[in-house]
Design a protein. Structure first.
Length: 187
């Protein structure tokens, strides 16, 4: 494209100007149609490179927007250290905690608290068995399931709750033998 205007038509006659010479097709095989008879506006020639227009010029400096397009176009990878959803490690799912380990811990705590009412005799072995099964499931999961520490703590608390409950039971029985209120007083 040039900034020079086309020459004015010749004056003095009604003869139309001759058509411009035909140009060979450039790359894309597209040739523009001949100009209409009687002069007038002729379309600009096709751009070089197979009929594709060049990219627009970059915006002026300080004008906002995005930077200039990359040379050659195509895919542009994101910059390193960009936004990472979850903020954690890349490519690994979070390790989930085994529900049986949590249940073992909760029941183990309840067995200690309820050992005075002798409920630890039932709840203690339940917590210990659940902790033991949970440890086996965690060990065979290959690292996909976590909560091994919770399972061990639940197992230990279940054993402690059971022992405390049995100890409290025997303490109540023995203290009842020595504190016989049905005996007759001595004169």
């Amino acid at each position: 494209m040039s900034d020079v205007p086309p020459p004015p038509p010749p004056s003095g006659g009604n003869e139309p100007s001759p058509p411009p010479p035909a140009q060979p097709p450039s790359g894309g095989g597209y040739s523009p149609p001949p100009p209409p008879p009687g002069g007038g506006y002729s379309p600009p020639p096709p751009p070089p490179g197979g009929g594709f227009a060049p990219p627009p010029p970059p915006p002026p400096a300080g004008g906002g927007g995005f930077g200039p397009p990359p040379p050659g176009g195509g895919y542009v990878p994101p910059p390193p250290g960009g936004y990472a959803p979850g903020g954690g490690g890349y490519g690994y799912a979070a390790q989930r905690t085994d529900g049986l380990a949590i249940a073992s811990l909760v029941i183990g705590i309840i067995s200690i608290v309820c050992s005075i009412g002798c409920l630890g005799i039932i709840l203690g072995p339940t917590a210990a068995i659940m902790g033991f099964i949970s440890r086996q499931r965690i060990a065979t999961s290959g690292g996909a399931v976590g909560g091994g520490t919770l399972a061990i703590v639940g197992l230990i608390l279940g054993i402690v709750g059971f022992v405390a409950s049995v100890g409290w039971f025997f303490f109540v029985i023995v203290s009842g033998l020595f504190n016989n209120t049905t005996a007759t007083p001595t004169p």
